[in-house]
Design a protein around this ligand. Structure first.
Ligand code: SF4
Length: 237
């Protein structure tokens, strides 16, 4: 009986030691990943992206708590995660032909006086000139992209099921893009995110050149419409 009790207490002690080691290991790992991420943010270049991504998957909550401890806002952290995601997906994205890519724009980019109607495939832009969607959408389509202007993630899922793109560019506010990229990972899609310059649900802005920079990745320059080289003034609105 005494021997059994002693084995049991040794076992419990061992479990306690392993748990403690695991917790300490996680904290040390998270500190290392946050340090790497902070250096990357400061220098504007992502170091060891695969390692940081693994850190995000394994100890995301702990990393976020540490980021807060270092005085970083959630917005800054999310923006870094999106940049990290894009830099990790860049090579795979470049390898996908444009015909297998799609762009999802949020309908909040349109003018509040937009005359277009919502259809089962999103907003059908009439290129009325009241917002920049009417300028960019046809050009991106000329490049070979399927472009959708959609009100939410359920539309994106539906269009992905219907057209089966292999890679997508998702545009939206910070939270939407972060969720969208996570959703794409689950669906096995190669995704790139572009965050709008203004949060909100009406008449938001986008850095279209940033979108174009991503859209051009891996694309033969000869297939890019000349209009995309001569951009209009005030093209961010
Ligand atoms: S350009 Fe298209 S999306 Fe923009 S307001 Fe006109 S119809 Fe709507």
């Amino acid at each position: 009986m005494l021997i059994e009790n002693s084995i049991l207490s040794q076992f419990i002690f061992l479990i306690g030691e392993i748990t403690l080691l695991f917790i300490l290991g996680s904290i040390v790992f998270a500190i290392l990943m946050v340090t790497l991420a902070l250096i990357s943010i400061k220098r504007g270049k992502i170091y060891f992206p695969s390692l940081i991504k693994a850190g995000v998957v394994l100890v995301e909550g702990l990393m976020k708590a540490l980021f807060r401890l270092f005085g970083l806002e959630d917005q800054q952290v999310n923006s870094f995660f999106i940049e990290l995601h894009n830099s990790m997906n860049k090579r795979a994205f470049e390898a996908v032909p444009v015909s297998d890519r799609a762009i999802f724009l949020p309908q909040c980019l349109r003018s509040s006086k937009c005359p277009a109607h919502l259809t089962p495939e999103g907003l059908k832009c009439k290129c009325c000139g009241l917002c920049m969607i009417g300028y960019w959408l046809p050009l991106l389509e000329k490049m070979g992209y399927r472009v959708f202007s959609v009100p939410g993630s359920s539309f994106i899922k539906r269009m992905v099921r219907k057209y089966r793109p292999k890679a997508i560019i998702g545009v939206g506010c910070m939270g939407e893009v972060k969720e969208g990229l996570e959703m794409s990972d689950k669906l096995g899609l190669i995704s790139m995110g572009v965050v709008t310059l203004k949060e909100g649900c009406v008449e938001t802005y986008l850095d279209w050149e940033m979108l174009l920079e991503i859209a051009k990745l891996g694309v033969d320059p000869g297939t890019i419409p000349p209009d995309l080289i001569t951009l209009p003034k005030n093209n961010n609105t």
